[in-house]
Design a binder for this molecule. Sequence first.
Ligand code: NAD
Ligand code: TYD
Length: 353
Amino acid sequence: MILVTGGAGFIGSNFVLGWLARGGDPVINLDKLTYAGNPGNLVDVADDPRHVFVRGDIADRALMAQLLREHRPRAIVNFAAESHVDRSIDGPGEFIQTNVVGTFHLLEEVRRYWQNLAEPERGHFRLLHVSTDEVYGSLGLGDPAFSESTAYAPNSPYSASKAASDHLLRAYHHTFGLPTLTSNCSNNYGPRQFPEKLIPLMIHNALRGKNLPVYGDGANVRDWVYVKDHCDAIEVVLNRGRAGQTYNIGGNVEKTNLEVVHALCDLLAELRPGRDYRSLIAFVKDRPGHDRRYAIDGTKIATELDWHPRESFSSGLRKTVEWYLANQPWVNNVTSGDYQQWVARNYTARTAA
Ligand code: NAD
Ligand code: TYD
């Protein structure tokens, strides 16, 4: 049995579905079901007795203690987080509450549980914390990519809150010996990503003939990894990573935002012809504190754990666009209600750049 937190979100649900499809151990899935959590992401395992869904907060100590006592997981994978940079600028409070305070409460209950385990369970136990490359800050175009020894320099409330949680993991390993693992991954894309993030937002707007809002000059660079590759990497780190270590995960795909949006427009022109998608591109007011470039040096996970991304950007992007085209009811469901208010708040004030 493993415990997954945040398993109704984008990456967590892809992880749970892939894990169970490959015949993995039963999963307890704890998720608060914030705006980003969606039980509809888990319909494929709704009748699978190996999947138990629990609605709850990682900061709820009593609930966490009860789940650990009753289910005695051999491992925990912590995806639960507030995850969108623009929302962290709009309102950082929830980011501090879940990403920092929530991770602290989770760590305290896990420490208590782990300290009372008998061998061999105690020796085999792992807590894997899923984090981001954004903790390393921003690179210049000629700078070397982020490695595991790059100094933390977070710039947004989101990345600062994730950096704080990573530091807590580090301290619980160093001080208490808790067998932690931390993975720092670059930008994910693929099925079931909430349409507030760049790629699904652009697909969503393009299909409706709405503007494609590119922040600033569109030359900010991100490394992109297909979500299923990221989930495979997490499984590899969980099974074979060394306790107390951190692993960077990337897709070897550095693209400017404009390159990504152009690629999406061209794919849509092929798969849903009839509109000049590129003409919808609108340069809008930049994100405050917008990090210029992220890039991952994946040497450690490649040499130590023999993990390499399998998907190329063009194959991954095609699968992603095809998934969104085939799953418009999913999109319509998650974009009703609160989503409209978020779009109004984030984009209305961004006049043309
Ligand atoms: P997401 O926003 O799609 O999903 C987060 C999930 O966590 C949601 O289901 C939400 O309901 C749940 N959640 C939020 N607060 C909670 C709480 N207090 N208790 C329990 N559940 C809670 O995020 P995602 O994109 O799937 O990201 C998952 C993890 O991966 C995050 O920790 C994020 O920082 C990290 N990450 C994401 C990316 C990316 O590109 N999306 C890249 C690197 C790392
Ligand atoms: P995002 O998907 O929010 O991920 P992150 O900020 O965590 O990297 O954004 C990816 C890039 O796309 C980032 O440089 C900001 C940019 N962006 C836009 O240009 N327009 C948008 O509407 C959004 C949501 C993002």
